[in-house]
Design a protein around this ligand. Structure first.
Ligand code: AMP
Length: 174
């Protein structure tokens, strides 16, 4: 079996979580398996092959799991993009629309050395609202955004449309 097929089969779909109509992609079975977890980091790293990236920025919370492991693998720094009120120093804040209401994410103003190269990562691309807000935060930081990586992409939601002009890569499409 191709590594990607094994990883895909290790992702469990939970219907109607956290609310009715959502098919939640549960990555915990993948994380439980050291081989699949390792392979998913290998495959994410292969998307950055030949590139020189200084930081992986991960979106809370599942973006931390893959982002931190990827940063260690590549020997670069890790920067957390967090829910409001979690980061202790001066932050930039960005709100974005949800189906009902809005949400906000934050980054430390001194998260990156100016002029460095950044790769953004999250576990899953759905509508693209979260990642688009993260792009806006990174754009305020005087760095170059190389690319955006996702383990999973829900292609039917066309989240890439919100990330136009960016290099977007995902490992697994549903
Ligand atoms: P979006 O902003 O719509 O692209 O949503 C992306 C964020 O919400 C990511 O941080 C995901 O972890 C989470 N998310 C959205 N939809 C799902 C889903 N069906 N299964 C698991 N996580 C999801």
């Amino acid at each position: 079996m191709e590594p990607i097929q094994g990883i895909k089969q290790a992702i469990r779909t939970i219907p109607d979580f956290p609310k009715e109509g959502i098919q939640f992609k549960d990555i915990t079975p993948l994380l439980q398996d050291a081989h699949f977890f390792d392979q998913s980091i290998e495959l994410l790293a292969s998307k950055l092959k030949g590139k020189s990236v200084d930081y992986i920025a991960g979106i809370e919370s599942r973006g931390f799991i893959f982002g931190a492991a990827l940063a260690l693998k590549l020997g670069c720094g890790f920067v957390p993009i967090r829910k409001p009120g979690k980061l202790p120093y001066k932050t930039y804040s960005q709100s974005y629309d949800l189906e009902y209401g809005t949400d906000t994410i934050e980054i430390h103003q001194d998260a990156f050395k100016p002029g460095s190269t950044v790769c953004l990562i999250d576990d899953l691309l759905a509508t693209g609202g979260t990642a688009a807000a993260a792009v806006k935060l990174i754009e305020r930081c005087d760095v170059e955004l190389d690319s955006i990586l996702f383990l999973i992409e829900l292609t039917f939601l066309e989240g890439r449309a919100k990330l136009a002009g960016q290099t977007v890569e995902s490992l697994i499409a549903f």
